[in-house]
Design a protein around this ligand. Structure first.
Ligand code: C2E
Ligand code: CA
Ligand code: CA
Length: 784
């Protein structure tokens, strides 16, 4: 940001510091230090700072608007590439689903234009219906505008316009006018072009983007010409953009400058206030925002103190004048340059270079302002901490460039759902903060959070990925007053932590008990570090039955933790912590060894059960899992065919490609694989084909709903059918009632597991009550 002084005030203030130094060195009196300091931080500077921050706010709004436009234009390009022969109606329908005209009030119209050669003209002109879409006018006679015969024309072939009067008439040759040159240059360069475009009485801003076959840009000019399809273009009404950006910023004017390769376009919002200062903000994509505002005078005469300071200031200013006179103007100019650079750096220092959003430093400043403002007005503000779920997976599987693209798209999407009064910033990584001012008309922060979750859930189209990408986010909300902005943010962060722990893709509102819940979790995390070494883990075993004759065919090993401080803790509580800290690999390996050893012991007594061991997604993330399984089998002597590995559907999908490879390696050992919690993941049924699995374990949510929900019942039937088609065994988990069992039997589910038959049991109990009595001929002692 650059400040160009309109008067001499700046020099005075800077001089105060210089004089201050001179006085300090010369006299070193505390009195003059105080006066100089006070003047230096006077009202004018405050107002100067307020202007700076208001300029930054305006620039941020404008930047987001421009991002919306480029989002839309990229979307339109993707549509045209994917549907090269789309009709007007299909295009209009697509635009409608995008909500283009409703969501972007500045958008006057948009569409696709193509080059039509002189020889193609008769056929083009004779096309039966050339409609001006957007209003109900149907056929308009075709007529080349401006009239005349030329070697080629640039006509709009698909278009949508807000207002029929302002839509381009069919036959309007975009290449005949001044903007034609820019269009052709953009075809050759592959870059976008921006031109003022006059249709009827309105001058709009036209932004066009070339489209090539296949969607990607060829590397040479000749290849670009050969693959050229047309242009996607949109026309924007600059005033609408300015109105939103300037709302809340009285006495300010703004200009937007676009310095393309071929030309520079400047758009202005209105008259520049008299005596205005100008702040220039580079948006780093060809656009520069110039904000003009007057600096309000401070109330210097209202208090004797400030009057005294003013007099002091005048005296210092006089001294400064002399000083500058002596030093000469050359020095002053270089100081000015230093200041300009400093201001530019300050803008960069306060904004995130990827998304252009306010960064952590600026957000912290805004939160303090938010708290102060709400305290004054007696309203309740809020901070939302937003974090993308499993963002690391995107980076890992699609690369950092895709990750960056996703962040930009997420930022744009979030911004488009917020009101102008709300602030959004990027705290770093995949963390964003939204600040909601409590002033009227206020929207409940929970609603804002829900809306954010809704819009985030829509798939993202990235260049880097051929498939639309679905990501979710978790949100922590903190409401009301705090001693500092940092505290509000910390509370929102704690609530975010809860939202993540509570299953992600959700929001949680902070309440003070969360502090103690967090404290507990941190305590558990601490205790877990020594749990394995101190032998606090053990396994219990839940029997699995064949549904035909209700004989026990196997057991599932389930982990328990006897914490020294809290007693028995269930896996749902501590396994997520082990996963987060990475300890799950070590603990998981222990589980494998322990379960195999136990089963080998039972086999030695003559039992022939299988043992199922749960393996978490984090364990499947690296190749060591295969070694751990092999070791556990070798050390225990258990036959590989008696071991079943349970992997959840979600774990499979985390990184499907490497999961397939590892599962295949596990199968090659002879171990079987079951898909756990089947039906709860987001995957399609068809994906199962690509994984080498043997069994699906239908999640207990379906089993429990079998009696009450026809959908669940139908789904279970589908799962069983799918299992049959793919030659997989089906098992229903969580069977609690005889009625459920009957339905499952009618559906021909193979195996069952649930409290109806047996709970998870200590090995001794299982052995004494459920397993074959020991045969006298085999083994005499029970190894531990
Ligand atoms: P899961 O793999 O789905 O295990 C089945 C869970 O359902 C067990 O809970 C079991 O006690 C419970 N259950 C079984 N029958 C019924 C029933 O009829 N009704 C109800 N309401 N529940 C039933 P548990 O032992 O608390 O384990 C919870 C989850 O923790 C497991 O779900 C599994 O995902 C995880 N887990 C347990 N042990 C391990 C382990 O060694 N490694 C890993 N990675 N995860 C484990
Ligand atoms: Ca399981
Ligand atoms: Ca399960």
């Amino acid at each position: 940001m650059r400040f160009i002084p309109a008067g001499g005030g700046r020099l005075k203030r800077r001089g105060v510091w210089i004089v201050l130094t001179v006085l300090l060195v010369g006299a070193g009196t505390i009195g003059s230090l105080f006066a100089a300091d006070a003047v230096a931080h006077g009202d004018a500077q405050k107002s100067h700072r307020a202007f700076a921050s208001s300029a930054v706010g305006i620039a941020a709004t404008l930047k987001l608007d421009l991002q919306h436009e480029s989002d839309l234009i990229l979307g339109a390009r993707a549509f045209v590439v994917g549907n090269p022969d789309a009709s007007e109606a299909q295009f209009a329908q697509w635009a409608n689903t995008m909500g283009a005209l409703q969501r972007y009030p500045e958008l006057q119209g948009f569409g696709e234009s193509r080059i039509i050669t002189a020889s193609e003209l008769p056929a083009f002109a004779a096309k039966p219906v050339i409609e001006a879409v957007g209003a109900s006018v149907s056929s308009v006679p075709f007529q080349v505008i401006p009239a005349g015969s030329r070697p080629f024309y640039c006509f709009t072939v698909l278009g949508l316009s807000r207002n029929i009067k302002e839509s381009l008439p069919p036959g309007f040759d975009l290449c005949a006018g001044a903007e034609g040159k820019a269009l052709l240059a953009s075809r050759d360069s592959g870059r976008d072009a921006l031109e003022p475009l006059k249709v009827g009485n309105t001058t709009t801003l036209s932004l066009v983007l070339p489209v090539y076959q296949g969607g990607s840009m060829p590397t040479t000019v000749a290849a670009r010409r050969a693959a050229f399809v047309g242009w996607i273009g949109m026309s924007l009404v600059p005033d609408v953009i300015f109105d939103t950006a300037l709302s809340g910023h009285a006495n300010t004017a703004v200009a937007l400058r676009y310095g393309g390769t071929a030309s520079t376009v400047v758009l202005r919002s209105g008259p520049v206030p008299k005596g205005a200062q100008v702040a220039s903000i580079d948006l780093h994509d060809g656009w520069t925002v110039l904000a003009y505002g007057t600096i309000a005078g401070g109330g210097l005469f209202s208090e004797t103190d400030s009057l005294a300071l003013l007099l002091g200031g005048i005296t210092l200013t006089l001294l400064l004048g002399a000083f500058i006179y002596v030093l000469g103007s050359g020095r002053a100019r270089s100081m000015l340059l230093v200041d300009e650079r400093t201001d530019q750096l300050r803008f960069q220092a306060l904004h995130d270079s990827l998304t252009g959003l306010p960064n952590r430093a600026l957000i912290m400043d805004r939160i303090d302002q938010l708290l102060a403002r709400n305290r004054r007005n007696g309203t309740t503000g809020a901070a939302l901490y937003v974090d993308i779920d499993d963002f690391k997976n995107v980076n890992d599987s699609l690369g950092h460039e895709a990750g960056d693209q996703l962040l930009v798209a997420v930022a744009a999407r979030m911004a488009s759902t917020l009101r102008g009064a709300d602030t959004i910033g990027r705290m770093g990584g995949d963390e964003f903060v939204v600040l909601i001012d409590g002033g009227l008309p206020s929207v409940a922060p929970e609603l804002v959070a829900q809306r954010l979750l809704d819009v985030m859930g829509q798939p993202f189209e990235l260049h880097e990925s051929s498939m639309p990408l679905v990501v979710n986010a978790s949100i922590g909300i903190a409401l009301g007053d705090r001693l500092s902005g940092g505290e509000l943010l910390r509370d929102a962060d704690i609530a975010l932590y809860q939202a993540k722990a509570g299953g992600k893709n959700r929001y949680d509102v902070f309440h003070p008990e969360m502090h103690s819940e967090l404290g507990r979790r941190i305590g558990l995390e601490f205790d877990l570090r020594s749990a394995l070494a101190d032998e606090q883990f053990r396994l219990v075993y839940q029997p699995i039955y064949n549904l035909d004759d209700l004989s026990i065919v196997g057991v599932e090993a389930l982990l328990r933790w006897e914490s020294p401080t809290e007693g028995l803790i269930q896996p749902d509580e501590f396994i997520p912590i082990l996963e987060q800290t990475g300890q799950i690999r070590e603990v998981g390996s222990w589980v494998l060894h322990q379960a195999c050893r136990q089963m080998a012991t039972w086999h030695a007594r003559g039992d022939t059960l299988d043992v199922s061991v749960n393996v978490s997604g984090r364990q499947l993330d690296d190749d060591s899992i295969v070694g751990h399984i092999r070791d556990a089998l070798r050390v225990s002597g258990l036959d590989a065919t008696s071991l079943i590995i349970e992997v959840t559907e979600t774990a499979l999908m985390r990184d499907a490609n490497s999961a397939v490879g590892r599962l295949q390696a596990i199968k090659d050992i002879g171990v079987r694989i079951a898909v756990d919690d089947f039906g709860t993941g987001y995957s399609s049924l068809g994906y199962l084909r690509q994984f080498p699995v043997d069994c699906i374990k239908i999640d207990k949510s379906f089993t429990s709903a079998i009696g009450s929900s026809p959908e669940s019942k139908a789904l279970v039937r589908t799962f069983v059918q799918l299992g049959k088609d793919l030659g997989l065994k089906t098992l229903a988990e969580g069977v609690e009632t005889p009625e459920e069992m009957d339905v499952l039997r009618a559906d021909q589910v193979n195996e069952v597991q649930g409290f109806l038959f047996a709970r998870p049991l200590e090995p001794e109990i299982l052995e004494s009550r459920f397993l074959e009595p020991m045969r006298p001929t085999i083994g005499t002692t029970r190894p531990e």
